[in-house]
Ligand binder design. Sequence first.
Ligand SMILES: [Zn+2]
Length: 283
Amino acid sequence: MALRRDFLLFPEGKRKAVTFSYDDAVTQDIRFVSMLNRFGLKGTFNINTGLLGQESWHTQNGKTVTHNKLQPEQILEVYSGHELAVHGRTHLDLALVPAGTAAYEVTADRRAIEEMVKHPVTGMAYPFGTYTEETPGILKNCGIEYSRTTHSTHTFEIPENFLFWDPTCHHEDPKLFSLTDQFLEDLEEKDKSRLFYIWGHSYEFDVTDTWERMEEFLKRIYGHGDVWYATNGEICSYVRAVRALKYSADGSYIYNPSVQDVWLRIQGKDYCVPSGETAKVGE
Ligand SMILES: [Zn+2]
């Protein structure tokens, strides 16, 4: 019998997914979100609810740009259609504060976002990208299911552990366009599904004058029929549903206990396992 490999496919049997993750809820997000909207792209915005409305400046490479946070009453409108996630109440470095303080930073931010969106919020990005061995345990206890790091993988892998969700690259990565070509090229039958995960801060487009470059990237990545454009949370929740499938001993029956339909490729054949149903797979 040939070695069997089951691949995760994204919803509707798509083999590629693209997602964005942007931090700090700065006013430049208004322009960036409108760009994403124009191209039908989806992102997750990690916000510090304790800092909303504050105004400041950011200086980098001798250039100073505004670093003003959106007002609380702007949040729902600006990010409509996208996901809101935790980034710490006041952007403390969670690796440098006591566990109780880290838990409070996460939970208070989570609670404040939930008050706005009226549903559970389980996503996060690490403030400053930093954490200790202890941090993921704290996040888990605070109800966080995934948290984005700042380590670029330059790959399209789906994370093993969503509490260390490494992105593909930052938007200013010199490899952004070569990665895009690699991502968009045709998949061989044996290739795994690909996830392209881009992160950054929208004020950086002002610092480096890269709004046009980003728009060029969005034009290349949008509108592909074999790509699922989703928020971080949608991807995490879908992958968790696939990982929660129950297999019979010989692998020929697969039960899907989740509330969403999932898709798999088994021995070159695509299957949908509907929510709450059992599929017979193989010959
Ligand atoms: Zn930040």
